[in-house]
Unconditional design. Structure first.
Length: 210
Protein backbone atom coordinates (compact mmCIF):
# COMPACT_ATOMS: atom_id res chain seq x y z
CA UNK A 1 0.00 0.00 0.00
CA UNK A 2 2.90 2.33 0.66
CA UNK A 3 4.21 1.56 -2.81
CA UNK A 4 0.87 2.36 -4.42
CA UNK A 5 0.56 5.56 -2.39
CA UNK A 6 4.10 6.53 -3.31
CA UNK A 7 3.65 5.96 -7.04
CA UNK A 8 0.29 7.71 -7.19
CA UNK A 9 1.57 10.48 -4.94
CA UNK A 10 4.56 10.94 -7.23
CA UNK A 11 2.26 11.31 -10.20
CA UNK A 12 0.19 13.88 -8.33
CA UNK A 13 3.28 15.84 -7.30
CA UNK A 14 4.61 15.87 -10.86
CA UNK A 15 1.31 17.20 -12.19
CA UNK A 16 1.02 19.87 -9.50
CA UNK A 17 4.67 20.87 -9.86
CA UNK A 18 4.36 21.33 -13.61
CA UNK A 19 1.10 23.24 -13.28
CA UNK A 20 2.34 25.60 -10.57
CA UNK A 21 5.66 26.34 -12.28
CA UNK A 22 4.07 26.89 -15.68
CA UNK A 23 1.43 29.20 -14.25
CA UNK A 24 3.81 31.26 -12.09
CA UNK A 25 6.55 31.98 -14.65
CA UNK A 26 7.78 35.56 -14.83
CA UNK A 27 7.25 37.35 -18.13
CA UNK A 28 9.39 40.05 -19.67
CA UNK A 29 8.17 43.20 -21.36
CA UNK A 30 7.66 41.47 -24.70
CA UNK A 31 5.09 39.08 -23.27
CA UNK A 32 7.39 36.05 -23.43
CA UNK A 33 8.26 34.19 -20.24
CA UNK A 34 11.84 33.79 -19.09
CA UNK A 35 11.64 30.01 -19.43
CA UNK A 36 12.57 30.26 -23.10
CA UNK A 37 15.83 31.96 -22.23
CA UNK A 38 16.50 30.14 -18.97
CA UNK A 39 20.12 29.86 -17.89
CA UNK A 40 21.09 27.53 -15.06
CA UNK A 41 23.58 30.09 -13.75
CA UNK A 42 21.24 33.07 -13.70
CA UNK A 43 20.60 34.80 -10.40
CA UNK A 44 17.03 35.82 -11.16
CA UNK A 45 14.09 33.60 -10.31
CA UNK A 46 12.29 31.94 -13.18
CA UNK A 47 8.95 31.58 -11.41
CA UNK A 48 7.27 33.05 -8.36
CA UNK A 49 7.88 30.80 -5.36
CA UNK A 50 5.46 32.84 -3.25
CA UNK A 51 2.57 32.30 -5.67
CA UNK A 52 3.41 28.62 -6.12
CA UNK A 53 3.65 28.15 -2.36
CA UNK A 54 0.21 29.69 -1.96
CA UNK A 55 -1.21 27.12 -4.37
CA UNK A 56 0.48 24.30 -2.45
CA UNK A 57 -0.87 25.53 0.87
CA UNK A 58 -4.40 25.64 -0.53
CA UNK A 59 -4.17 22.08 -1.89
CA UNK A 60 -2.24 20.28 0.87
CA UNK A 61 -2.60 22.70 3.76
CA UNK A 62 1.20 22.78 4.09
CA UNK A 63 3.46 25.72 3.24
CA UNK A 64 7.19 25.38 2.66
CA UNK A 65 9.61 28.02 3.89
CA UNK A 66 11.95 27.71 0.92
CA UNK A 67 12.50 25.83 -2.31
CA UNK A 68 14.88 23.33 -0.75
CA UNK A 69 12.29 21.87 1.63
CA UNK A 70 9.78 21.71 -1.19
CA UNK A 71 12.10 19.83 -3.53
CA UNK A 72 13.34 17.53 -0.75
CA UNK A 73 9.71 16.57 -0.12
CA UNK A 74 9.15 16.00 -3.83
CA UNK A 75 12.26 13.80 -3.93
CA UNK A 76 11.43 11.82 -0.78
CA UNK A 77 7.93 10.75 -1.84
CA UNK A 78 8.80 9.16 -5.22
CA UNK A 79 11.99 7.49 -3.96
CA UNK A 80 10.19 5.98 -0.98
CA UNK A 81 7.25 4.90 -3.14
CA UNK A 82 9.45 3.21 -5.74
CA UNK A 83 11.42 1.38 -3.05
CA UNK A 84 8.21 0.15 -1.40
CA UNK A 85 6.88 -0.98 -4.78
CA UNK A 86 10.10 -2.88 -5.45
CA UNK A 87 9.89 -4.58 -2.06
CA UNK A 88 6.29 -5.54 -2.74
CA UNK A 89 7.18 -7.08 -6.10
CA UNK A 90 10.06 -9.03 -4.53
CA UNK A 91 7.75 -10.24 -1.76
CA UNK A 92 5.26 -11.55 -4.31
CA UNK A 93 7.95 -13.03 -6.55
CA UNK A 94 9.65 -14.94 -3.73
CA UNK A 95 6.39 -15.73 -1.92
CA UNK A 96 7.78 -14.50 1.38
CA UNK A 97 4.30 -14.55 2.91
CA UNK A 98 4.99 -11.51 5.03
CA UNK A 99 1.59 -11.79 6.72
CA UNK A 100 2.10 -15.39 7.79
CA UNK A 101 2.90 -15.20 11.49
CA UNK A 102 5.45 -17.92 12.17
CA UNK A 103 5.10 -17.56 15.93
CA UNK A 104 1.43 -18.53 15.66
CA UNK A 105 2.29 -21.65 13.67
CA UNK A 106 4.87 -22.67 16.29
CA UNK A 107 2.37 -22.16 19.09
CA UNK A 108 -0.30 -24.04 17.15
CA UNK A 109 2.09 -26.99 16.81
CA UNK A 110 2.60 -27.04 20.59
CA UNK A 111 -0.99 -26.30 21.61
CA UNK A 112 -3.70 -28.24 19.71
CA UNK A 113 -6.42 -25.89 21.01
CA UNK A 114 -4.72 -22.76 19.69
CA UNK A 115 -6.39 -21.34 16.58
CA UNK A 116 -3.98 -20.00 14.00
CA UNK A 117 -5.00 -16.68 12.48
CA UNK A 118 -5.38 -17.67 8.83
CA UNK A 119 -5.89 -14.60 6.71
CA UNK A 120 -6.96 -14.33 3.10
CA UNK A 121 -3.55 -14.46 1.46
CA UNK A 122 -2.61 -17.63 3.36
CA UNK A 123 -5.85 -19.32 2.28
CA UNK A 124 -5.22 -18.26 -1.30
CA UNK A 125 -1.64 -19.58 -1.21
CA UNK A 126 -2.76 -22.90 0.23
CA UNK A 127 -5.51 -23.24 -2.38
CA UNK A 128 -3.19 -22.48 -5.29
CA UNK A 129 -0.52 -24.78 -3.85
CA UNK A 130 -3.01 -27.66 -3.66
CA UNK A 131 -4.40 -26.83 -7.09
CA UNK A 132 -0.95 -26.90 -8.73
CA UNK A 133 0.52 -29.71 -6.62
CA UNK A 134 0.61 -32.24 -9.44
CA UNK A 135 2.40 -29.83 -11.79
CA UNK A 136 4.76 -28.38 -9.19
CA UNK A 137 5.79 -31.74 -7.73
CA UNK A 138 5.92 -34.24 -10.61
CA UNK A 139 8.47 -36.38 -8.75
CA UNK A 140 5.84 -37.18 -6.10
CA UNK A 141 3.57 -38.84 -8.70
CA UNK A 142 0.51 -37.32 -7.05
CA UNK A 143 -2.75 -38.87 -8.23
CA UNK A 144 -5.98 -37.00 -7.53
CA UNK A 145 -9.53 -38.28 -8.02
CA UNK A 146 -11.24 -37.28 -11.25
CA UNK A 147 -13.77 -35.22 -9.30
CA UNK A 148 -10.96 -33.15 -7.83
CA UNK A 149 -9.46 -32.43 -11.23
CA UNK A 150 -12.85 -31.35 -12.58
CA UNK A 151 -13.24 -28.90 -9.70
CA UNK A 152 -9.89 -27.14 -10.22
CA UNK A 153 -11.46 -24.03 -11.71
CA UNK A 154 -14.08 -23.96 -8.97
CA UNK A 155 -11.40 -24.09 -6.27
CA UNK A 156 -9.53 -21.23 -7.89
CA UNK A 157 -12.69 -19.12 -8.11
CA UNK A 158 -13.51 -19.81 -4.47
CA UNK A 159 -10.03 -18.78 -3.36
CA UNK A 160 -10.19 -15.61 -5.41
CA UNK A 161 -13.58 -14.73 -3.93
CA UNK A 162 -12.17 -15.30 -0.45
CA UNK A 163 -9.32 -12.97 -1.35
CA UNK A 164 -11.65 -10.14 -2.39
CA UNK A 165 -13.62 -10.47 0.82
CA UNK A 166 -16.77 -12.40 -0.13
CA UNK A 167 -17.71 -14.65 2.78
CA UNK A 168 -18.78 -18.27 2.45
CA UNK A 169 -20.92 -19.91 5.07
CA UNK A 170 -21.49 -23.62 5.41
CA UNK A 171 -25.14 -24.45 6.22
CA UNK A 172 -24.30 -26.38 9.37
CA UNK A 173 -25.07 -23.68 11.92
CA UNK A 174 -27.51 -23.77 14.81
CA UNK A 175 -30.41 -26.14 14.19
CA UNK A 176 -28.73 -28.12 11.44
CA UNK A 177 -27.50 -31.64 11.72
CA UNK A 178 -23.77 -32.20 11.88
CA UNK A 179 -21.80 -35.22 10.77
CA UNK A 180 -20.18 -35.38 14.21
CA UNK A 181 -23.57 -35.58 15.96
CA UNK A 182 -24.83 -38.54 13.94
CA UNK A 183 -23.82 -41.86 15.47
CA UNK A 184 -24.70 -44.41 12.83
CA UNK A 185 -22.94 -46.91 10.61
CA UNK A 186 -25.13 -46.04 7.64
CA UNK A 187 -23.57 -44.21 4.73
CA UNK A 188 -24.34 -40.50 4.82
CA UNK A 189 -25.10 -39.22 1.32
CA UNK A 190 -25.84 -35.69 2.47
CA UNK A 191 -23.52 -32.91 1.46
CA UNK A 192 -23.14 -29.23 2.26
CA UNK A 193 -23.25 -26.59 -0.44
CA UNK A 194 -21.22 -23.42 0.01
CA UNK A 195 -23.28 -20.40 -0.92
CA UNK A 196 -22.22 -16.74 -1.12
CA UNK A 197 -23.53 -14.81 1.86
CA UNK A 198 -23.29 -11.04 1.99
CA UNK A 199 -24.67 -10.76 5.49
CA UNK A 200 -24.95 -12.65 8.76
CA UNK A 201 -28.67 -13.53 8.68
CA UNK A 202 -28.26 -17.18 9.63
CA UNK A 203 -31.95 -17.46 10.52
CA UNK A 204 -32.93 -17.15 6.87
CA UNK A 205 -30.99 -20.30 5.95
CA UNK A 206 -33.18 -23.37 5.59
CA UNK A 207 -32.07 -26.97 5.31
CA UNK A 208 -33.75 -28.77 2.43
CA UNK A 209 -33.67 -32.37 1.32
CA UNK A 210 -32.69 -33.03 -2.28
Amino acid sequence: MMGVAGVLGTTLLCVIHGATVENTLFEDGDGANTFRAFNSTQAEETYSMVTANRFWSQIFGVAFSNKRWLHVFMLFVPVTGLWMSALGVVDLALNLRAYDFVSQEIRAAEDPEFETFYINNILLNEGIRAWMAAQDQPHENLIFPEEFLLMEDVFLVLNLMILIGIGWLEPHGTGFSSDDDVETDEEDNNFAVLVPCYGCNHGAMVEKDI
